[in-house]
Design a binder for this molecule. Structure first.
Ligand SMILES: [Mg+2]
Length: 111
């Protein structure tokens, strides 16, 4: 599944979430929610590395929590892209891929 298809599905889920939970998704919400999700990711990392409470969970359960929170962060990035009409694939290519040797040699960036 490519990023654009994931973005469309994530937007559909977020709409359902907003409707079911009576959440107002204004412009600020997207960035505030991103901050919340990065906090949850950090919390899972602290738990996995024995710097946070295990709360009776096994290491495998905490690892799964870390994966879930990373997915939440990705989803939130894609929701921001959807909301503000940002082509995140194009932006990633412009910002990151210019450092790849094959990208430079294809004449896409300053050498
Ligand atoms: Mg989360």
């Amino acid at each position: 599944m490519d990023l654009r298809r994931i973005q469309v599905k994530v937007e559909a889920v977020s709409r359902i979430y907003a409707r079911n939970c009576d959440v107002r998704r204004d412009d600020d919400w997207y960035f505030l929610k991103m901050q919340e999700e990065t906090g949850e990711l950090l919390q899972a990392w602290l738990r996995l590395t024995s710097r946070g409470r295990h709360k009776g969970d096994t290491e495998a359960q905490i690892r799964l929590q870390l994966e879930d929170e990373l997915a939440d962060c990705l989803a939130q990035v894609l929701l921001i892209a959807e909301r503000f009409e940002i082509d995140v694939e194009k932006a990633t290519e412009r910002k990151w891929f210019k450092y790849l040797p094959e990208y430079k040699h294809a004449g896409n960036a300053d050498e």
